[in-house]
Design a protein around this ligand. Structure first.
Ligand code: ZN
Length: 114
């Protein structure tokens, strides 16, 4: 038997696949709808989206982000962040790159703040 969370995970992965198909067809409204649904399922089942998926959509407008199609990816060497600009709403998403993962990044940031 699959647990609630496992079902949620499967449905969310499927929705991301469908969203990508729609985006490639140029159907932006449907793409956003699928991402919205995926996020909603996640929230309802208290399933946290894995990092790979979290980075794949714009949290502001629910657009699926595919470099060259719906977003632009730039590296900022100074801040060591990846900047992803959503073409749909121009929101810029940033996250660190390199050896440090998110946890490490937060730890060092906390140290700096102290
Ligand atoms: Zn956006």
């Amino acid at each position: 038997m699959l647990s609630k969370k496992e079902i949620a995970k499967k449905r969310i992965e499927k929705l991301f696949e469908l969203a990508e198909e729609e985006l490639r067809k140029g159907n932006l409204e449907r793409t956003k709808r699928y991402i919205y649904l995926a996020r909603k399922i996640g929230m309802k089942c208290q399933y946290t989206l894995p990092r790979e998926l979290k980075r794949k959509f714009c949290k502001k407008c629910n657009m699926l982000l595919i470099p060259g199609i719906s977003c632009e990816v730039r590296l900022n060497k100074k801040t060591k962040t990846i900047n992803i600009k959503c073409f749909n709403c121009n929101y810029i998403k940033r996250y660190p790159y390199g050896k440090q993962d998110r946890g490490e990044f937060n730890k060092t940031r906390r140290k700096i703040e102290k």
